[in-house]
Design a protein around this ligand. Sequence first.
Ligand code: ADP
Ligand code: ASP
Ligand code: MG
Length: 465
Amino acid sequence: MPAKVTVMKFGGTSIEDQAAFERVAQIVASDKSERTVVVVSAMSRVTDALLSSLQMAAQGEIKTALDSIDEHLERHLQVASGLRASARADATLLIESVRREIGDLLNAVSFSRKPSARLQDNIASYGERLSACLLAAVLAERGLPASYVDARRCITTDEEHGKANPLPGLTTQRTCAALEPLLKAGRVPVMGGFIAATIRGVTTTLGRGSSDYTATLVSAALGASETQIWTDVNGVLTADPRLIKTARTVPLLSYGEAAELARFGAKVLHPKTIQPAAQHKIPVSIRNSRAPEKVGTLICARTEAAQGAVKAIAHQTGMTMVEVTSTPAFVANGFLHAIRRIAGRHQTALNIVATSEIGVSLASQETSALALIVDDLRQVGSVEVSSDRAIICCVGEGLQSAAGSASKIRSALRDVDSTLSWCSTSSNNFISVLDEAAVGTVISLLHHEIFENNAGIDERTDFRG
Ligand code: ADP
Ligand code: ASP
Ligand code: MG
């Protein structure tokens, strides 16, 4: 029987400083799996800093750009300072050569004034390249046989810089070729998330926050038995904890529920994370690297025990709503297809948030391509646009089919704000669109009503097998 592989992904806040690297090393060291692969994000705030330094350089502010990067390279040097002499010397050499390479890139941009998407990916990639090298060194220091692997040798994508799409066959082939020999030799590969390369080896990235996605892509390629996403909260919570202090851990989610929550703004998971895991039926657990004793959330195919209950509330702000209205005959035939084609042509995610006999309401967080999309949409119907909107999405498998709880939840939603209208775009959700400014109040009331007054969550929380 092939050995079981666990893919462990650590986010930026899980490696924010030397103490955090140590915590991660302890977690990896105590993993009982036969074989382990580690995927890691850049240290917190580093990707933002790299990308904004490029903008500063393009505006001619080269000194500010270089200084802003120095601050973060110092944080890497600080982590390296905890290593023993020879590993410290290697890490320091690497960080200094990265300083020179970034300096050259920024200087070049300050002359050309053109921060192309390709260049953005190139500069952003240094975050994960550095953090993965450093983590491999920290793990080796603890006696773990860790080997740095450049993720660009594994994840192979198209040329859509900034949000590149993995090519599944080549990604599987190259990931297995790079990792399997190491795993067979009993080593622990450590690679960056987020970064990838085209077939020709040009650096790309999979989109902001996409290290989670790298982890499930690697799991799928290797046929792993589990993906662990280690972050700074105790799993997927009943609502965004930055808004709701009383949010609590959801112990179990189906792939469909998790995907829906991620799609509607639960930042703890990148929206594309679930697809490879669901396709290969690989369980995903979300754990807290600051509290590894907590069980967190398990995402898998099996959730029958909690059908028909709201599991969590996601929300997305900064939305622009686009209402497209047409004739009932066209809406019944070909209308949605035409809209999907337009969204696909512009490579933009348009969430359908309501449908009626005469049209659809679409929501998008993207503003750059929107004017062009709206022009195209006018060919299929009349279009109205409104900005500064938000979406709230209550998620739970079978919300629509469980007749009893659906009406109970609907009445709870009405009690919270009778002016809001709720609709469903799948059997797993209730969605409402509202003014951005009202989101905090409405989610607090909803959370209280659903989870604290117990209108819509299953009380059998202890159903993990
Ligand atoms: P990482 O750096 O580990 O990838 P992220 O910042 O991307 O971490 O995601 C974790 C954050 O997601 C949490 O700190 C929390 O603020 C936010 N978040 C939003 N919605 C939820 C939710 N429903 N459950 C848990 N965390 C959430
Ligand atoms: N470092 C990347 C970002 O900040 C990817 C990630 O953190 O998942 O977007
Ligand atoms: Mg993240």
